[in-house]
Ligand binder design. Structure first.
Ligand code: SAM
Length: 370
């Protein structure tokens, strides 16, 4: 690992693999603070002072996949399954629009049946039609997070969304270590998912016209700092426009109980180092502060913004189904009373010295420059 002074390392614009591993592994509070400050400054310089909103709607927890870490995997029979109605999703979208959110994120378990595909298309058409207005002539920006699909499906949804400038897809690679990825997605005798397919999906999404978002879980069992460094390199190789990543948190409903790195080093600091280091390596992308940060610490999203995030994804799912979208234990925001209110979000953002980007799509500058 490099021994140059940290101040010299932080002033660089190019980073070696060793530099990245060193930044990820910082534990001394003063050094962590120096990394945070540099990442915050680079964020201001390269993406501006705004933090953008994506109102998260957890549309359905029905899933055909069996990802071992996930509380809504198919074989977890303890969870009650739901799908919101088209009406209630459109109502959430309109709520977001009126609150000044420039965009929403539509997330659900992975399904590939034709009825589901067509239902999502109809939903997207309707959201577009009902949210075009004077303040937002394009209609709401939409980020889809609906798992691996075919190129044809991505294309169909892109056309249905009617808003090519505000069209995004979030599909995490979860880990760029092929062995770890295989372990996370296999049940005995069966490989549920293949990392190469995930990469192909990201290429297909780009070809279908999306701003492409990906990310990983941080602190997975067996994951090393070198793995996280390779994850950052992979974000670059895939040309990611945005990153959504957060700590891995154990889940009662999952098929995996090992704690991973959590025992070895404070998970929160590792997640924050990962955010800041990704920001230094890819200065002009969007980075979202994951809900999982808030689950680890009450002000997790504030810390995320202070470490280089410029997007937050408040949960605007109707209260009644939130508890069933339990990806991991004690997921933040599950028992919050009122629907998300933009004043709360404004407070969170302004605590960091940033401004809230209202009525804006908030596209990634990397994508805009492309
Ligand atoms: N089905 C879609 C997909 O797979 O992309 C979207 C929903 S999936 C539940 C969204 C993300 O939740 C995954 O990409 C994964 O990283 C995250 N997730 C699932 N279980 C988790 C856990 N135990 N800790 C942290 N994040 C988790």
């Amino acid at each position: 690992t490099s021994t140059k002074p940290l101040s010299e390392l932080l002033a660089q614009t190019e980073f070696s693999d060793d530099d990245i591993v060193r930044l990820l592994g910082l534990t001394d509070p003063e050094e962590c603070e120096a990394l945070r400050q540099r990442a915050f400054d680079v964020t201001t310089e390269k993406t501006g002072n705004n933090v953008y909103l994506r109102g998260l709607i957890e549309v359905s927890n029905i899933c055909t996949a069996n990802c071992r870490y996930c509380g809504i995997r198919k074989d977890n029979h303890t969870v009650e399954r739901y799908t919101l109605t088209e009406e209630s999703i459109v109502a959430c979208a309109l709520h977001a629009l009126h609150e000044g959110y420039g965009s929403i994120a539509i997330q659900a378990g992975e399904r590939r049946d034709p009825k589901w595909i067509a239902w999502i298309s109809r939903l997207l058409e309707r959201i577009h039609k009902e949210t075009v207005c004077e303040e937002l002539p394009t209609g709401l920006g939409v980020t889809l997070s609906l798992g691996e699909q075919t190129y044809e499906v991505y294309k169909e949804w892109a056309e249905a969304s009617g808003n090519p400038t505000g069209l995004r897809y979030l599909l995490r690679i979860e880990s760029s270590n092929p062995r770890l990825f295989a372990e996370l997605h296999s049940t005995p005798g069966k490989h549920e998912k293949i990392l190469e397919h995930r990469y192909q999906a990201l290429r297909d999404l780009r070809r279908a016209g999306y701003q492409v978002g990906t990310g990983v879980m941080i602190g997975l069992p067996g994951q090393t700092l070198e793995d996280l460094m390779r994850d950052i390199r992979t974000f670059g190789e895939m040309g990611a426009d945005m990153i959504g990543m957060g700590p891995y948190i154990t889940s009662n409903g999952a098929d995996m109980t090992a704690l991973g790195m959590m025992e070895k080093r404070p998970l929160m600091q590792l997640a924050l180092n990962m955010i800041s280091t990704t920001r230094l390596v890819m200065p002009d992308i969007n980075i979202a502060a994951a809900t999982a940060l808030e689950t680890l610490e009450p002000n997790g999203r504030v810390r995320g913004i202070r470490h280089g995030c410029n997007v937050i994804m408040p949960n605007i799912t109707p209260q009644t189904t939130r508890a069933s979208y339990q990806l991991y234990d004690n997921k933040a925001g599950t028992e919050v009373g009122p629907e998300s209110n933009v004043l709360v979000e404004r407070n969170i953002v302004e605590m960091t010295g940033r401004t809230l980007g209202l009525n804006l799509l908030g596209s990634s500058r990397r994508w805009a420059a492309r």
